[in-house]
Design a protein around this ligand. Structure first.
Ligand code: URA
Length: 187
């Protein structure tokens, strides 16, 4: 583990810890406020993210932007990262060995950001962070506290594109997050 961003970011340059390195264009490390109270964790880069080297800049990102707008949260206020930093081919889910190889980067990011709240976007983020026994359908919308961090699992924004009903639940979950964030700031 590194105790500063520069060393951490240097350590991921030319990463070859898993096979995704052979097909990636860019490593998508993470963006946003490195001292954020609120962090979002997605699954892995898609085609647009792979090309631009930034998380959530494609279709799912547009939905995130709309959610941020609705919540009156500036994207620059939060920190956004993914379980895997390189695009899985054809947008398949990251495989266990890939997530395993990549997770220490994310753990290190969490240690450096020190967020109070982490939103887990979808099943891949949920299972890799809180454990395989968690299912997104039953866990979404419910806070889980671990080591002084509050986790809110919710739908991955890409799932909203496939099922309109999930939009309402996603919005409900994010409203809870906004409310909690305000409570924390008042303390
Ligand atoms: N989906 C994700 O999980 N992460 C991204 O960065 C983009 C799409």
């Amino acid at each position: 583990m590194y105790d500063n961003w520069e060393e951490l970011e240097n350590s991921i340059q030319n990463c070859k810890l898993c096979k995704l390195c052979t097909t990636r264009t860019n490593i998508v490390f993470g963006t946003g406020n490195k001292n954020a109270d609120l962090m979002f964790i997605g699954e892995g880069p898609g085609a647009d993210e792979d090309l631009q080297g930034k998380p959530f800049v494609g279709k799912a990102g547009k939905l995130m932007d709309m959610a941020f707008m609705g919540l009156q949260i500036n994207r620059d206020e939060v920190y956004i990262a993914n379980i895997v930093k390189c695009r899985p081919p054809a947008n398949r889910n990251p495989e266990d060995d890939e997530a395993e190889a990549c997770l220490n980067y994310l753990r290190n990011q969490v240690i450096l950001v020190k967020p109070k709240i982490i939103v887990l976007l979808g099943s891949v983020a949920l299972k890799n962070i809180l454990g395989k026994e968690y299912g997104i359908t039953s866990s979404r919308g419910k806070w889980v506290e671990r080591k002084n961090i509050l986790y809110m699992p919710t739908w991955h924004p890409a799932a909203l594109l496939r099922d309109e009903n999930k939009k309402i639940e996603f919005w409900k979950d994010l409203k809870q997050v906004k409310q909690k964030l305000e409570e924390i700031k008042e303390v």
